[in-house]
Design a binder for this molecule. Sequence first.
Ligand code: ARG
Length: 249
Amino acid sequence: MALPSLWRRAALIAAAAASASALLPAASASAVVHGRAVPAERYPWLGAVGSPFFFVRPAGQFCGAALTAPDKMLTAAHCVSAVRGLPGVLKVTFGRSDLRDKGGETVDVKSVWVDPRYHETKFKTEDVEHHDLAVLTLKRGVNRPTVATGRPGDAREGEVVGWGTTSETDWFNTRLHAATVPLRGDAACAAAYGASYDASDMLCAGSPKADTCQFDSGGPLLVNGRIVALTSWAYGCARPGYPGVYARV
Ligand code: ARG
C-alpha cells in the first residue's frame, strides 16, 4: 500500500534524524548544509515534489525534481517509488522560494516511471539507493524553461539546490538554498562506503562545508548549468569522511 509506505517513510526519516542527533554532535554545516538562500525564479525548471498527505511539511514537500521537457520531470526513484501506482497523490510546485508562500505554479502528476534497476541496500542505518532515477509525467505541459542534462567532465565543483534541511538537527527549513559542492571523485566515496558505492551509477560530492540533506533528494547537482546527477543518499549530512552520493543521469 502506497500511502502507508509514505507514512512509514516519514516516520523512518524522523526516527533516523532523532537517533542520529542524539548520538552525534550536530554537523557544523547548514538545505543544503551551508547553503545560501536563492530565489526560485533563478531555477524556473526546479520543482518541489510533495503530497497533501505529507502534511508535516508546507506544500507536503519531500523531494526536488527538474523539468527536462514541458511535461517530464527527473527525480529520485526513492522519492516516488512507494507511490508509483498512485500518481494522483503527487504534486509538483514551481517558483516558490519559500514553501510556506502561496505563489508559484502547482501541477498534478499523471504517471511515475521508476528505473527498473532501482533497489535499496543498507550502509549502517542508511538506505543505499541504486539506480535512483525516476521520471514524473505531468498532467499538463508547463510553460517554463527546461534544463539540460550533461556529464561532469573534469569539473572540480558543482552546485546543489533544494528546500531540504540545513543540518541533521534542522527539521523546519522551508527556504530554497543553493551551495557549491566539491566533486570528490569515486575514490572518496569508495573509501567512505566501500561496496555500497557503485561508481557506474553514482557520483561523489560534498564535504563538511557544503552538502545536501533530507528533503533535497531528487534535486539537481549542476555543472555549467546542466544536471549531471540527482541528490540521492549519504551517511548523515556533512559528516567528516562521508560525502554525499548522487545518482548519475
Ligand atoms: N535521502 C535524502 C533525501 O531523501 C538525501 C540525502 C542526501 N544526504 C547528503 N548528505 N548528501 O532527501
